[in-house]
Design a protein around this ligand. Structure first.
Ligand SMILES: Cc1cc2nc3c(=O)[nH]c(=O)nc-3n(C[C@H](O)[C@H](O)[C@H](O)COP(=O)(O)OP(=O)(O)OC[C@H]3O[C@@H](n4cnc5c(N)ncnc54)[C@H](O)[C@@H]3O)c2cc1C
Length: 403
């Protein structure tokens, strides 16, 4: 195909905007959405290396779970009672904002509730022990004993489950596309950013296609953050996850998402009957790291073993698709929001640790409030990089305060 004089000129033209958001996953698109909701006249550009949702946001299971990646009792031990309660509230608000501000049918949201399923007696005890505390903290959850759990799952061999009424499932790639469209931001796909430079007046993003100038920048590239800013590698590391999808198995027998064995397996059945299963990473720790987009026969065989063991009705089902995605893991398994070193007023977010759908839309609002310099954005203290910094490394927010 030839390129006209005009096409060539447009390709090379520099683009200037108020805020450039690097990364077209859920976090980048949600940030663009909230920037424009809070300041409709703001010129926002989303700069994405591939296509929108080509990263983890378009490759995940589409579970909109509540809470952190750990069960409540473990979270209490890791984060303390107050922070755990607030983290759960944050994810409940995320779900509430998605269902109230957006059009759920645009991304096939099913308000099904979710099951956190115990793979061992010990896990079942922990899930049951968490129930009174969770109820007191505002989550009307219920513990299902083994018989009831296996009946709800149409499965066998599970030791119980926690039913979380506000859990949902959706089509994550459609959610990202919808949020991006609603933001009305300019989206530049196939524009990998290779360098971020402070010019003295603004920030210059060098891409392999053209330059983007912005007063402020948001880096929402999750696991890829250390590739862009190597000094931030201590906050996020790339971890691979693999999934498979079977041929449609009808009638549909699993109407809600199941997160089992401490989250190391996750399963849902799409409304066309296809089973989507992911996990088994804990059995292949050495291999499941880095950025390579590939599946491995050994891990995929473990996924199938899990499926056939717990769901005999799926034995013999043809696997139609296998894929992988790269997650960004943080040191304490919670998302991190920080200031880009050397760029006043520019921020990054990463480390969603396999749970970015549960935080993402609400997190975009938090990010937008920080970028716009809102005084004391609510819940910033839950996620700020300050928790990892020494006193000699201050966090600079746009409003001049520290996070
Ligand atoms: C297989 C799998 C299953 C999962 N299941 C779930 C689930 O069911 N529920 C849940 O809550 N979470 C799940 N997760 C995690 C969830 O997908 C992530 O936490 C979430 O998508 C993170 O969103 P993000 O926008 O930060 O990152 P990404 O979606 O990874 O977006 C980052 C974007 O930045 C772009 N980018 C990178 N470098 C550059 C550059 N230099 N220039 C321009 N663009 C760049 C990438 O192309 C990418 O599109 C799963 C993840 C995987 C991989």
């Amino acid at each position: 195909m030839t390129l006209s004089f005009w096409q060539q000129r447009n390709r090379e033209a520099e683009i200037a905007c108020d805020v450039a958001v690097v990364g077209g996953g859920l976090i980048g698109c949600a940030t663009a959405y909230w920037l424009r909701r809070l300041r409709p006249k703001l010129e926002v550009v989303v700069v994405e290396a591939g296509r929108l949702a080509s990263g983890a946001s378009g490759r995940n299971a589409g579970f909109l779970l509540q809470g952190t990646s750990d069960d409540y009792i473990t979270a209490l031990q890791l984060y303390g009672p107050e922070r755990t309660r607030r983290l759960w509230n944050f994810t409940r608000e995320n779900q509430r904002l998605i269902t109230s501000q957006l059009k759920p049918e645009a991304f096939d949201l099913e308000a099904s509730g979710s099951l956190t399923v115990a793979g061992s007696r010990k896990e079942a005890e922990r899930l049951a022990d968490g129930v009174p505390r969770m109820r007191a903290d505002g989550s009307p959850v219920a513990f299902l004993p083994p018989d009831e759990a296996n009946r709800r799952l149409s499965g066998q061999g599970f030791h119980g489950a926690l039913y979380v009424p506000s859990g949902c499932m959706l089509n994550p790639a459609a959610l990202v596309a919808y949020v991006a469209a609603q933001s009305r931001a300019l989206v530049l796909e196939d524009h990998p950013v290779c360098e971020v430079q402070e010019t003295g007046e603004d920030v210059l993003l060098e891409t392999t296609v053209r330059r983007v100038r912005a007063a402020q920048v948001v880096l929402a590239v999750n696991a890829y953050l250390p590739r862009l800013i190597p000094s931030l590698s201590r906050f996020v590391r790339p971890v691979r996850a693999q999934m498979l999808a079977t041929e449609p198995l009808l009638p549909r027998w699993l109407p809600l998402p199941a997160y089992s064995h401490e989250g190391y397996f996750y399963l849902r059945q799409h409304d066309d009957g296809s089973l989507l299963l992911g996990g088994a990473r804990h059995l292949h720790h050495d291999v499941e790291r880095g950025y390579e987009d590939a599946t491995t026969p050994a891990l995929q065989a473990d996924l199938e073993r899990y499926l056939h063991h717990h769901f005999p009705q799926a034995r013999g089902a043809h696997v139609q698709q296998r894929w992988s995605g790269v997650m960004g893991f943080s040191p304490d398994r919670l998302p991190v929001l920080g200031a880009v070193p050397g760029l006043v007023g520019s921020y990054w977010a990463a480390g969603f640790t396999g749970h970015g759908m549960g935080y993402g839309f609400r997190f975009g609002r938090l990010m937008a409030e920080v970028v716009l310099g809102f005084p004391r954005p609510e819940e910033l203290d839950l996620f700020t990089e300050a928790r990892f910094l020494k006193e000699s490394e201050p966090v600079r927010l746009a409003n001049g305060s520290t996070g």
